[in-house]
Ligand binder design. Structure first.
Ligand code: NAD
Ligand code: IPM
Ligand code: MN
Length: 357
């Protein structure tokens, strides 16, 4: 496996070091080579060279089996240009239309909700990842004056809406799940989100074993906190998916726990923690590396290295259960030590992990 690694900015660098540690660990324990190539693309690189990514950057990424990203975002780059080119640009150019963001509480102790535990917090979010309001179509007229007009268009295409909703249903069907909930704002956004309604209603009858429900996104945000146990699969647009998966991070005990894949099935895909570069925490050995580490498991699973992926997930669960974590999730370890704890579980008892279902 050939993996491109973009550590990026802030705590992206801290957590990527631990993700790399885990990839090297599973490679040596399981004996399957994993070649990592580090790409320097980041705010530092942009500020030094003026380049966000090279002209052949997206083609270069396509030459890898997968891409791992830490986080991008730096207060010195106020227009966030490098992050838009590197992260959003890759999502668009590599057409990574599935943003797969599982929300799974690993230990009851980490639940932020009274009387809700592991059995209630276990669902996946499929976020449309290539259109919506993220396409940067629009402009500003009379910018900087009191007559300023700012237009930011939202794009919803039949192809884009259909493929993400179909992916959500197919995932449910393939994994024995029986509930898919689509969230939109079709009561207020009567053009674009009417398309989501039409496509969802057209696809649902093709999956007779699956109960297809709809919620407006505001109600869904409320129910995520009040009754998360009702969800198995949520599918929604780019912006709403961004927002609800930060809530999902909190439901897992903290944003540092949440993992994601930006996927085009069968093509080079990108894996990253859900969190950002958290500048106040950067370089202090305090960031939680678990979201990054679990993203390596999603990546390996997607590449067919199922045993390695399972071993990582089991090791993370063991480390969390025994409190070998960073302070944001109740432990007393630094980033590096928390990464070591997971690596040690993988090294010590791979056979035990493999017996787990
Ligand atoms: P953020 O996710 O970086 O951090 C928000 C808060 O969550 C932090 O202050 C911290 O309290 C907590 N947190 C996040 N990750 C954590 C971790 N691993 N361990 C412990 N605590 C953690 O969001 P933000 O502060 O809104 O954004 C900072 C920068 O990151 C911005 O430039 C933003 O654009 C960027 N960003 C990038 C990505 C990405 O690269 N995928 C995602 C989100 C935000
Ligand atoms: C995420 C991030 C990005 C997004 C930002 C950095 C543009 O918040 O991956 O969740 O909004 O998609
Ligand atoms: Mn986000």
């Amino acid at each position: 496996m050939k993996i491109a690694v973009i550590a990026g900015d802030g705590i992206g660098k801290d957590v990527t070091a631990e993700a790399v540690k885990i990839l090297n660990t599973v490679s040596s324990v399981f004996g399957r080579p994993i070649a990592l190539e580090h790409l320097p693309w980041s705010a530092d690189h942009f500020l030094k060279t003026g380049e966000t990514l090279p002209a052949n950057g997206y083609d270069l990424l396509r030459s890898f089996d997968a891409v791992f990203v830490g986080a991008l975002g730096d207060p010195r780059v106020t227009d966030n240009r490098h992050a838009r080119d590197i992260l959003l640009g890759t999502r668009f150019e590599l057409d990574l239309y599935v943003n797969y963001r599982p929300v799974k509480l690993l230990d009851d102790r980490l639940s932020p909700l009274k009387d809700r535990g592991r059995k209630d917090i276990n669902f996946v979010v499929f976020r449309e990842n290539t259109e919506g309001v993220y396409v940067s179509i629009g402009g500003r007229f009379k910018a900087g004056t009191e007559d300023e007009v700012a237009i930011q268009e939202e794009i919803n295409t039949y192809k884009g809406v259909h493929r993400i909703i179909k992916h959500a249903f197919d995932f449910a069907a393939a994994n024995g799940l029986t509930k898919v909930c689509m969230a939109d704002k079709s009561n207020a956004m009567q053009q674009g989100h009417a398309l989501w309604q039409r496509v969802f209603k057209a696809l649902a009858p093709q999956y007779p074993g699956i109960t297809a429900t709809h919620q407006y996104i505001d109600a869904l945000a409320m129910f995520l906190v009040k009754d998360p146990g009702q969800y198995q699969v949520i599918v929604t647009n780019n912006l709403f998916g961004d927002i609800v998966t930060d809530i999902g991070g909190a439901l897992q005990g903290g944003l540092g726990m949440a993992a994601s894949g930006n996927i085009h099935p069968g093509k080079t895909s990108l894996f990253e923690p859900v969190h950002g570069s958290a500048p106040p925490l950067a370089g202090k050995n305090v960031a939680n590396p678990i979201g990054a580490i679990l993203s390596t498991a999603l990546m390996l699973d997607t590449l067919g290295a199922r045993e390695e992926a399972k071993a990582i997930e089991a090791a993370v669960e063991a480390a969390v259960a025994q409190g070998h974590t960073t302070t944001d999730v109740g432990g007393s370890l630094g980033t590096k030590e928390a990464g070591d704890a997971v690596a040690n579980f993988i090294k010590k008892e791979p056979a035990t992990f493999l017996r787990k279902p």
